[in-house]
Design a protein around this ligand. Structure first.
Ligand code: SPV
Ligand code: MG
Length: 670
């Protein structure tokens, strides 16, 4: 696209202001003239070719343009009879330079804010800036608009469909050439004293010029010193606007820089960086922590200030900073972010702010970057460290049972959008009960480590979330040290071992079966050996206390907890099979009275009426949903098998089945 700027006029109504230079060189702010502002706007819009018509002071104008030193190719065309003709003839003089491209046509005395140009350039086809909100000007241009298209332009239209209009056009080449040829007809007939729009009007709408409504955004020409005062004041107002934009990304790419540039052109840009907690709840665990992500944005030209946005909801920051404009990609008009957008719109409406939405760019190279970031999260070193990071970040994490690739994917991908926020599980629990059950075996440490590791491998291959491994009793200390190293090497974040010995039985049997608790000394030695064997600082060993399960009392549980923490356990799991959570609450309270920091892990299979919020409030740090996928999945399978047997066919089973499409979306092809 080429820009055509009409600067042949005398500007005589400006008085002394145009005694030594053309009107376009009039200052509209301490740092810019009408022309330098227009040219900079063209640079921002990546329009490099400019044709400028000149008249009186052509030399001054050319030298001035050169002094601006902008990355533009400007070609000047002098209208030799500038004082006897209107700009219709200036355009005609430049016609040979204007036949090969789309044209952005503007008068040289026009001042418009950046958003006006954005709207015009984003509009499909050809367009002209009009306003549906401004009163019709007495003397200036009006456009007659029908069905969204400009039919006529001139100063004398006040009737139906008339709208205030400015001589700012984007014209597709075919539409422009129609107008240009009409202009030629006028000029060749000696009709050079009229507006170029007279020629446009003769086309009766055939130039397909869409009316692009710029409402009351600044878009005004400067004809006299009064206009100059008004426009300069409006410009100060425009430039002091604050613009707010939120980023959750940890990979900055060209698309982000482009949108920041665009947003910064609307005012003073404040960037809200979404907290780690909000990012990991709504998207994925951030590769770069919020403190570093803030620094990334601080270094970008156009960003005036960087602040933290703690939640996906903008409310807190909108109320605090009251930006004039919020900028976002238009991808949030539908889908899970819609409630967030709706809230933004209503808060902005409350104080007169405005939402500007840019077209969302989903370029394949950016999608690939995101895919690479996700892949990185699945690598052992990053994955292993992430449970600790999550605990540091939020003080609390949830884990859901997974016993295969597909259940891992369910834990990885299931999200719930609630109250303008997102919820998902932080980690996966590789349960001995569910791993054994999936293999049709009892939960008695019968499934050997090689097989358990195979399960971990299957899950790891398709997921990124951190893994907590149910290590049963940990086996012999001599064996446990190898288990620790293997798990660590694989990228598992935590192993939980229970203080039992001999033939292990599932804890939920309680005292119904014979179970032997290990001595504090033996189990502490096992923990110490495990801690000594591990190579990284991120891997965690959690000691699981079975005293309440085996009805040995609270004192025993607490004594063990303190002893195991002293032996080096990174976390304590206290288990109970009672529905009533009292003993769990009592344990947490008494443990926390002496130990404020060692994370407490709970498996609320029986005491399941308590919410995560309450557990957290009371001082717990990890809640594991240990077996719910297994316990819901297998009955569904049994039901399907029975139904087919009963009906001698599969039709009745259909309603229970997941659609093939859902399966395909759950399991993406690489
Ligand atoms: C498991 O899920 O295997 C557990 C938790 O160890 S529990 O079944 O409650 O013992
Ligand atoms: Mg178990």
């Amino acid at each position: 696209m080429k820009a055509l700027i009409l600067n042949s006029g005398l500007g005589s109504r400006m008085g002394v202001l145009t005694s030594e230079h053309p009107k376009c060189m009039t200052e509209v702010s301490p740092s810019e003239t009408i022309l330098s502002r227009q040219l900079n706007q063209l640079v921002d819009a990546e329009i490099q070719d400019v044709v400028m018509t000149t008249g009186l002071f052509d030399g001054v104008l050319e030298r001035y343009c050169q002094s601006l030193d902008l990355p533009l190719r400007i070609r000047f065309v002098k209208n030799p009879v500038y004082d006897k003709t209107n700009y219709i003839y200036s355009i005609h003089c430049a016609r040979e330079l204007l036949r090969d491209d789309d044209i952005l046509l503007m008068h040289g005395d026009l001042v418009f804010e950046n958003e006006v140009l954005d709207l015009l350039l984003a509009a499909p086809g050809s367009g002209m800036a009009v306003s549906s909100t401004l009163p019709l000007p007495e003397k200036d241009f009006k456009a007659v608009v029908a069905d969204g298209f400009v039919q006529k332009v001139g100063t004398g239209f006040f009737g139906e469909g008339a709208m205030a209009a400015q001589a700012l056009y984007k014209l597709e080449k075919a539409d422009w050439l129609r107008w240009l040829d009409k202009i030629a007809e006028y000029c060749e007939a000696g009709n050079t004293g009229v507006y170029a729009e007279n020629a446009l009007n003769d086309l009766d709408g055939a130039a397909n010029v869409r009316a692009v409504d710029v409402r009351d955004l600044l878009c005004a020409e400067i004809d006299n010193p009064d206009d100059l005062a008004v426009v300069s004041a409006r410009l100060r107002e425009v430039e002091s606007r604050t613009v707010y934009m939120t980023f959750s990304t940890d990979i900055l790419h060209g698309g982000h820089i482009a949108i920041i540039r665009k947003a910064a052109r609307l005012g003073r840009l404040v960037v809200g960086v979404l907290s780690d907690e909000a990012v990991s709840a709504y998207k994925r665990y951030p590769l770069v922590p919020a403190s570093e992500r803030r620094k990334l944005f601080e270094g970008i030209a156009g960003v005036r200030k960087v602040v933290e946005q703690r939640t996906l909801s903008y409310r807190e920051n909108l109320e605090k900073y009251r930006p004039d404009i919020v900028v976002h990609g238009d991808d949030w008009c539908t889908g899970f972010q819609k409630p967030v957008r709706d809230e933004v719109v209503s808060i902005l409406a409350g104080y007169g702010g405005r939402l500007v939405e840019f077209p969302h760019s989903d370029a394949p190279e950016y999608r690939e970057m995101e895919a690479r970031a996700r892949a990185e999260l699945s690598l052992p070193d990053l994955r292993r460290a992430r449970l600790r990071r999550t605990l540091e970040m939020k003080g609390f994490a949830t884990a859901m049972e997974a016993h295969s690739g597909i259940t891992g994917l369910i834990v990885e991908k299931t999200k719930v959008y609630q109250d303008g926020g997102t919820r998902q599980f932080d980690a996966m629990w590789v349960s001995s009960l569910c791993d054994s059950t999936a293999k049709g075996k009892p939960d008695i440490e019968l499934v050997d480590m090689t097989s358990r590791f195979r399960t971990i491998d299957d899950i790891m291959e398709v997921t990124t979330k951190p893994i907590i491994f149910d290590g049963d009793t940990g086996g012999l200390t001599e064996h446990f040290v190898y288990t620790v190293r293997s798990l660590e090497r694989m990228g598992v974040s935590m192993v939980i071992i229970e203080d039992k010995t001999g033939l292990k039985k599932n804890s939920l049997f309680g005292t119904e079966v014979a179970q032997t608790q290990d001595s504090i000394e033996n189990f502490s030695a096992k923990i110490r050996a495990g801690k000594k064997a591990q190579k990284t600082k991120d891997f965690m060993i959690c000691a699981r206390i079975e005293s309440l399960i085996l009805e040995r009392g609270m004192e025993d549980a607490l004594e063990r907890a303190f002893a195991f923490a002293a032996a080096g356990a990174d976390a304590i799991m206290i288990h109970s099979r009672k529905k009533d959570p009292s003993e769990i609450f009592e344990f947490i309270e008494k443990f926390r009275a002496k130990d404020a920091s060692t994370p407490i892990v709970l498996v609320p299979t029986s005491f399941n009426a308590v919410t995560e919020e309450e557990f957290k409030e009371r001082g717990a740090n990890i809640v594991i949903y240990a077996n719910q996928l297994t316990r819901t999945g297998f009955p569904a399978m049994q039901n399907a098998a029975r139904t087919i047997l009963e009906h001698h066919r599969a039709k009745e089973c259909d309603a229970m089945c997941m659609s093939i499409k859902d399966i395909i979306t759950l399991i993406p092809e690489e």
